[in-house]
Ligand binder design. Sequence first.
Ligand code: AMP
Ligand code: MG
Length: 330
Amino acid sequence: METKILSGEQGIKAGAEIVRAGGVVAFPTETVYGLAANAFDPQAVRAVFAAKGRPMDNPLIVHLPDKNQIGRVTRGYDKKYEVLVETFMPGPLTLVVPRGSDIPDEVTAGLDTVGVRVPSHPVCARFLAACGVPVAAPSANLSTRISPTSARHVFEDMNGRIPLIIDGGECEVGIESTVLDITGEAPVVLRPGAVTAEMIAHVLGEDVKSHSGKVLAAAPAPGMKYKHYAPACECVVAENISSALACYERQKNAGKNPVILCRGEHAAMLGGARFINLGGTDEEVCRNVYAALHKGEKTADFIICEDLGDRGVAASVMNRVNKAAGGKRV
Ligand code: AMP
Ligand code: MG
């Protein structure tokens, strides 16, 4: 199968036709690129799992063009959470809500809940509206691999596996949506993202359990048990910039070709060591992290990422980097 890349109205129109006919296409969102299928069509949803090589027990998120359509996929949720829909949608927040009767088991891995999101990316919104059906989608990478934040990233993994990639440029946010479960007694962040637990707690006026909290161990998102975001080469997290540099020297002396991923302000401390600048602000680091991992695995054989901190959006980025490193620290 030849994989085309189309942008603008051409891509939107062709992509929506494929989805309506039961096929699978890659599409842009503000978080990462996704692989779209008609969420009401079990065969089409199975094809997404096949294209990715994703285990069937890891549910997909249902994407809608407008928050007024959430009722199509849920049988209702506690009205006190309406304020989250009003505040954070469209945007990088997925709400786990009671599953509606039209959503097949294939989408939710048999769970009685469904993850729902309204993306803010303008091309994405027009594509979803043109599809006319809710779109079930995971990230558009092969299972276990680094998530894609550009059409080129998608092409590297999906060439020959899907007919079309809709090119919407580089993703603004850069990591997957925050997943918040609102079906229990208290809201729980199952996956951290650009909408932080602190932001949600502020809007709700009540405590939110975060991914690092105890509750999560008891109620993880099904996907959390799987290997994720793995670069083709070895990857480690360095405690700080000097341990990153020390590790770099050790790897060099062992004949390796390492690269350091760090904040711009630390690059000056690296002497002649090779580095990829992740940017200055947390938002920049978030936007750039997957592109940096993609570039790192292509241009080096050992990736050293400095610890970016444990607060706010930086903590969400580190959730992904720690998985890329398989928990290895220096
Ligand atoms: P991805 O498709 O790679 O963005 O992954 C979607 C994430 O959302 C995975 O970690 C899933 O486990 C999680 N997820 C989707 N639906 C649900 C649900 N109904 N309950 C809990 N987690 C979910
Ligand atoms: Mg993914």
